[in-house]
Design a protein around this ligand. Structure first.
Ligand SMILES: Nc1ncnc2c1ncn2[C@@H]1O[C@H](COP(=O)(O)OP(=O)(O)O)[C@@H](O)[C@H]1O
Ligand SMILES: CC(=O)OP(=O)(O)O
Ligand SMILES: [Mg+2]
Length: 404
C-alpha cells in the first residue's frame, strides 16, 4: 500500500490552519484551526471528519507555533491519524515569501530553510511562522518530505513592466527590490475555479481575482497566468486590509520619521498592524463594521468607504491591464461572505459590463456561484478559495509517485 495522505499546514502570524487529506479521492480526514497563538486565550478547534466525531475545542495558552503544531499532532493522534502514520506521504506547508528563487513547490532541505530565513525581513509577519512550522514538522517526522508551496510562485509570470518599481535599477537589483505578490496559491486556485464555473478552459479566460481576507490582494490573470497583482515587495502594498494600510505615498514614512520622530520599526508596526480597517475605525472584522454601519456609526462608514474606494480603483486598473475581462471573482473571508462589499465594489459600473444581481448576491452558499444578472458582458462570481487543497495537490504531485 502506498502512502497517500498529505497534511497541510497554513501558518499565519497568529494562527495555524490545517487539513489532513486522503489524496486518492482528495477527501478531508481532519480539519482545524489554532487561533490567538501567543495569547492566554489561544483556541484549538479540531474536526475529525474521517471518524464522523464531533468537533473538539480547547482553549488555554499556546505560547508559539511550535506548541501549536504539537497540539495539532496530539489532536490528530486521538483520532488514529497521528503524524507517525505510515500512510502520511508528505507535509505541505504554505510559505508566504519565496523571493525570485522559488517558482515551484519545493522539497525543503537546509538550503531551502536558509533561503526562507533570508526572506524574513520582507515577510516579517509570515515567514517566521512558516519557518517554525517547517522546523517543527521536520523534527516530528524527519523521514518525510516537507514541501513548501510559496504564495509568490504564481506571480512570477508577471511582466517586468508590472513587477518593477520605477526606482534606480541598480539599487533595486542590489537589494532585490521588486513586486513579488502574495496569496498566489489562492489566486491560482480561484482563477481556475472561475474558468470551470464559466465552463471554459483557464487558457481562454481573463479574470480579476479579489482575495479579500484579513490580508487582501487583487490580481489580473490572463489565460491562467498572472500579469499583475496588488501586493509588492511585501504583503503591505495595494488594497486596504484588516490591519494594513495598503498603498500610500512613500513620503508618509519619511514624514513620520523626520517630523513625527518615529523609528523605522514603529512605522512598520503602524502600517502593518495599526492601519487599514482597524486603524480607521478600531475594528478589522467586516461583520462588526457592517453591524456598526447599520447602527449609524460614522467612523465605520468611512472605513468601509475607503476600503471600497481602493477596491474599485484596482478593478478599474486591472480592467485596463487585461483589456478584455471575462469574470471578476470575489474570494476569502470578506469576498465570500460580505454581500455589501461585492455590491459596492461594482455599483455603477454597468458601462464596463459589470453588475450584481441583488437576489443572487444575497444567497449564502459554500459553492462557487455567479452573482451577475443573466446576459452580463462580464461574469461576477463568488468563488470560495481552498488554499489547503491547492497546497495538498501541489505537494502530492511532487512527492506522491515517489512513495508508491
Ligand atoms: N460572515 C461574514 N461577513 C463579513 N465578513 C466576514 C464574514 N466572515 C468572515 N469575514 C471576514 O473575513 C475575515 C477573515 O478572512 P480570512 O480569509 O479567513 O482571512 P485570513 O486567512 O487572512 O485570516 C474576517 O476578518 C472578517 O473580516
Ligand atoms: C500574504 C498575506 O497577506 O497573507 P494573510 O492574508 O494570510 O495574512
Ligand atoms: Mg488567508
Amino acid at each position: 500500500m502506498s502512502a497517500s495522505r498529505v497534511l497541510v499546514l497554513n501558518s499565519g502570524s497568529s494562527s495555524v490552519k490545517y487539513q489532513l487529506l486522503d489524496m486518492t479521492d482528495r477527501s478531508r480526514l481532519a480539519v482545524g484551526l489554532v487561533e490567538r497563538i501567543g495569547e492566554e486565550t489561544s483556541r484549538l478547534k479540531h474536526s475529525p471528519l474521517a471518524t464522523g466525531g464531533a468537533a473538539r475545542e480547547t482553549t488555554g495558552p499556546i505560547a508559539d507555533h511550535e506548541a501549536a503544531l504539537k497540539a495539532v499532532a496530539g489532536e490528530l493522534a486521538k483520532d488514529g491519524l497521528g503524524l507517525d502514520s505510515p500512510e502520511l506521504a508528505a507535509i505541505g506547508h504554505r510559505v508566504v515569501h519565496g523571493g525570485q528563487l522559488f517558482t515551484e513547490p519545493t522539497v525543503v532541505d537546509d538550503a531551502v530553510l536558509a533561503e526562507i530565513e533570508r526572506l524574513v525581513p520582507v515577510a516579517p509577519l509570515h515567514n517566521p511562522a512558516n519557518l517554525t512550522g517547517l522546523r517543527t514538522a521536520r523534527a516530528l517526522r524527519p523521514d518525510l518530505p516537507q514541501v513548501a508551496v510559496f504564495d509568490t510562485a504564481f506571480h512570477t509570470t508577471m511582466p517586468e513592466s508590472a513587477a518593477r518599481y520605477a526606482i534606480d535599477v541598480r539599487t533595486a537589483d542590489e537589494h532585490r527590490i521588486r513586486r513579488y505578490g502574495f496569496h498566489g496559491t489562492s489566486h491560482a486556485y480561484v482563477s481556475r475555479a472561475t474558468a470551470a464555473l464559466l465552463g471554459r478552459e483557464p487558457e481562454d479566460v481573463n479574470v480579476i481575482v479579489l482575495h479579500l481576507g484579513n490580508g487582501a490582494s487583487a490580481s489580473a490573470v490572463r489565460g491562467g497566468r498572472c500579469v499583475d497583482t496588488s501586493m509588492g515587495l511585501t504583503p503591505l502594498e495595494g488594497l486596504v486590509m484588516g490591519t494594513r494600510s495598503g498603498d500610500l505615498d512613500p513620503a508618509v514614512i519619511f514624514h513620520l520619521m523626520r517630523v513625527g520622530g518615529m523609528s523605522a520599526d514603529e512605522v512598520d508596526t503602524l502600517l502593518n498592524k495599526r492601519s487599514g480597517l482597524i486603524g480607521l475605525c478600531g475594528d478589522n472584522d467586516m461583520r462588526e463594521i457592517r453591524r456598526r454601519i447599520d447602527e449609524g456609526d460614522e467612523r465605520a462608514r468611512l472605513a468601509f468607504d475607503i476600503y471600497i474606494h481602493r477596491l474599485r480603483k484596482y478593478i478599474g486598473a486591472y480592467y485596463a491591464v487585461l483589456g478584455r475581462v471575462d469574470a471578476v471573482a470575489f474570494t476569502a473571508g470578506v469576498g465570500e461572505n460580505a454581500a455589501p462589499v461585492r455590491e459596492a465594489a461594482v455599483a455603477g459600473l454597468e458601462s464596463l459590463g459589470l453588475a450584481v444581481d441583488g437576489g443572487l448576491n444575497a444567497v449564502r452558499s459554500d459553492a462557487a456561484r455567479l452573482i451577475s444578472p443573466a446576459g452580463s458582458a462580464v461574469a461576477v462570481a463568488v468563488v470560495p478559495t481552498d488554499e489547503e487543497l491547492e497546497i495538498a495537490d501541489q505537494t502530492y504531485a511532487l512527492v506522491g509517485t515517489g512513495n508508491a
